[in-house]
Design a protein around this ligand. Structure first.
Ligand code: FAD
Length: 304
């Protein structure tokens, strides 16, 4: 799994499957049904940008959505149970919708919207991962979150496809309703607005530059290690920084010397190192401030 996660750590999956192209929904449906009947666990993988996978790997099947990427037409969107089939640019309830296959990289989705002069997705520019994963995580940055742009979602469960129209209140900070469902997000429709191309492009460049300046791409990581809790009164990175933990390391895992809330693979890290470092930071913050950090990195597979 080290080839499929931005941390570049993690052992092998029993079976890693990445169906390519338009056959994906049909193939994934067969796979989920068979796995359900045979009681084989299936882990759905997006861009692997929020994951630390166990050094022992993942038991069962990893279904990689990366081969099901790009914008989709209304015909393809209409798959499944025949509920409302909006067409792109249909007048109701929003004039401008785009439909993305789940494995579309976030950055590609941002570019697709920008090419149409559609505004609403710029906040995501430069964020690693897939649109499906971003929705599952309710990814957020620059005071906007996926819940602000999602309109409808096609989900695949072991017994079929359905269309969900989630409400904003179904989401909260880094929480989406999909986290409580045993489902694969197949496709996402985003409600966007007509914008000015130059302004959209400017915002996208500014977001990407800001991430670069903050050192997001300097070393393998999964972005923020911990959630930001408003009750703390300051960003989690600042709390960790004030305790002098920047640069602290366990094996190849290190608190980024330039950012307290990013844990990096500084070379040769194992996921066990990352977990040990996360626990160490949690303990120190609890001891010194009484605050309990909440993990944002998802630890997947067996950890001891
Ligand atoms: C440098 C860097 C910067 C980052 N900055 C931010 C940021 O600003 N804001 C932020 O919120 N996050 C940030 N992240 C974290 C990450 O980019 C997001 O959480 C992203 O949305 C994860 O998407 P993914 O496709 O990589 O999901 P993965 O890591 O592959 O999976 C995450 C979870 O989603 C589930 N999942 C993925 N795809 C699907 C699907 N199609 N159907 C059902 N379940 C699915 C997986 O099973 C898993 O439980 C950053 C990461 C990095 C490396």
């Amino acid at each position: 799994m080290s080839d499929h996660t931005t941390f570049k750590t993690g052992g092998p999956a029993d079976l890693w499957i990445r169906p390519e192209g338009e056959c994906f929904p049909e193939y994934a449906a067969m796979l989920l049904e068979s796995a359900h009947n045979e009681r084989i666990p299936v882990f759905v993988l997006g861009g692997g940008a929020n994951l630390a996978v166990s050094d022992e790997g993942i038991r069962g099947i990893v279904l990689d959505t990366g081969g099901y990427a790009g914008e989709m037409g209304s015909g393809e969107w209409g798959m499944g149970n025949g509920e409302e089939v909006p067409t792109p640019y249909s007048p109701l309830p929003t004039p401008h919708s785009l439909f993305f296959r789940a494995g579309t990289s976030v950055d590609d989705a941002v570019e697709i919207a920008a090419a149409r002069s559609l505004s609403g997705m710029e906040f995501l520019a430069g964020m690693p991962g897939s649109i499906g994963g971003a929705l599952w995580m309710n990814a957020r940055c620059y005071d906007r979150e996926m819940a602000d742009v999602v309109r409808q979602v096609k989900v695949l469960e072991w017994n079929g496809i359905r269309t969900i129209t989630p409400k904003k209140e179904d989401f909260s900070y880094k929480k989406s309703p999909f986290q409580g469902m045993d489902c694969l997000i197949l496709a996402v429709s985003a409600a966007l607005e007509e914008g000015e191309s130059a302004v959209i492009r400017e915002t996208i460049s500014a977001r990407r530059k800001d991430r670069e300046t903050k050192g997001h791409y300097r070393c393998p990581s999964a972005g923020s290690a911990f959630k930001n809790n408003r009750a703390f009164g300051k960003p989690t990175g600042q709390i960790i920084d004030e305790l002098g933990l920047k640069g602290f390391r366990v094996g190849g895992a290190q608190v980024a010397p330039w950012h307290g809330n990013i844990i990096i693979n500084s070379g040769g890290a194992r996921s066990a190192d990352i977990l040990a470092l996360v626990k160490m930071v949690e303990d120190r913050v609890k001891e010194e401030t009484g605050m309990e950090l909440e993990r944002e990195i998802l630890f997947t597979g067996n950890f001891y």
